[in-house]
Design a protein around this ligand. Sequence first.
Ligand code: FAD
Length: 436
Amino acid sequence: MAPVWTNWSGGQQCRLTATVRPLDDSGVSAVVRRAAERGQTVRPVGAGHSFSALTVTDGVHVDLSAFRGVTASGGDPARPTVRVRAGTTLGELHDELATRGLALDAPLELAAPTVGGALAVGMHGSGPSRGSLSAAVARLRLVDGRGRLRDVAAADLDAARTSLGALGVVLEAELAVVPAGRVRVTREPRPVEEVLRSDFWSAHPVVEAAVFPSASTALTRWADPLTDAADDEDDGEEEAGERSLGVTVAGATGRTALGGAVVVERALPRLVPRFNRAVSRLARTVSASGPMHRVLSSPPAVRYEQTEWALPRAGLAAAARELLAALADDHLEVGLPVRLRVGAPESGWLHPAHDRATAWVAVRVPRHTDHGPVLERAWRVLRAHGGRPHWASRSDWTVEDTVAAYPRYPDFCRVRDDYDPDRVFTTPPLAAVLGD
Ligand SMILES: Cc1cc2nc3c(=O)[nH]c(=O)nc-3n(C[C@H](O)[C@H](O)[C@H](O)COP(=O)(O)OP(=O)(O)OC[C@H]3O[C@@H](n4cnc5c(N)ncnc54)[C@H](O)[C@@H]3O)c2cc1C
């Protein structure tokens, strides 16, 4: 019987011809060639953490879980680099970098996604001048649509660093990394109006906020680097900080609260708005220190569907106000707070933050609740504010939108014609946003 695949949220499913787990580069080439000969499509698959249908196919999944680990480190001591295999999870990458005294510049908090998947969709954290994982790519090696092993030419790198898996199966990436350091992360309730001012977003290198539609208080989180002296003082506090995170209602931008909201939602939906307002009021300040990937880490308390859009940063306040009002006015209770983040302009031709300082706005709805009306309302507002959706999130985006919103799309198409002329990697969901 054909294997059935389901993504993390449970919202995407497909019946595959096969899942193949090659053990080396020539095995990946063989899978692509064989599928092409049989007229089957091929989709590389990572941890399945995308909410969109990017990996949905009735063809072949290439699972790179045998391609794990950091294979080399080097570069200038002031600009270190590592080579990492694409099936490595971000959690494994953080740990391997830490043993070398290194870290990612991108403040990525989730351990499960793979390097290949995170690059393909442009996975990002939040900081006014922080890029995504894709921004760190210095070189890429992949197997293209004809089964050829290729080192991506420098001229094609901005197509390949965020490619939606349309150019080939990435095997290995060389990434720019930074010396490891410690940070102090602070979680604090702040008035929503303060969070919507631009100075809130420039005060810390890593900063984000989460807002329930019916609340006047936002749950915020930021991280600042620790000096050596402060670092010594903080030793021992980290544990206390992390313990207090367990009981604070703010949790990881409201993570503890989120679980509660969902429980309330299932039991008594009409209590949710009141509960959400109370959560925001009761939240208190907590802090913890340690390596960035550890103090930011916040495994999700519940499974949910998500739409996240990249907007011009200057439009964040207007878009967020309109979105929060629309959700409240339409009585569309989201169950989870709307998440606000920021990022630097990206060079990747298809990165949603391409060429503009960006604000990210994410609307999340617990699975098993009726997410359709909430997501559709969010799409309407965020599209009208010049948003481009995160490729991994749910949206109604079309190829016409891509053509209009991405000035380098024609260049991407030229590279795609070279790497996958026969469209071995193109499924209907991919064609819907990238064209045939
Ligand atoms: C709980 C949760 C939290 C999240 N938080 C964030 C967040 O903070 N920031 C953010 O930006 N996103 C976030 N996301 C979305 C997430 O970043 C992406 O879904 C994730 O990076 C994809 O990685 P994956 O390994 O799961 O890839 P998959 O979802 O399996 O695949 C995603 C895409 O990558 C392609 N791909 C996978 N491997 C390769 C490869 N080797 N070569 C070429 N293409 C490949 C696939 O074909 C597909 O197009 C979150 C998702 C969840 C479920």
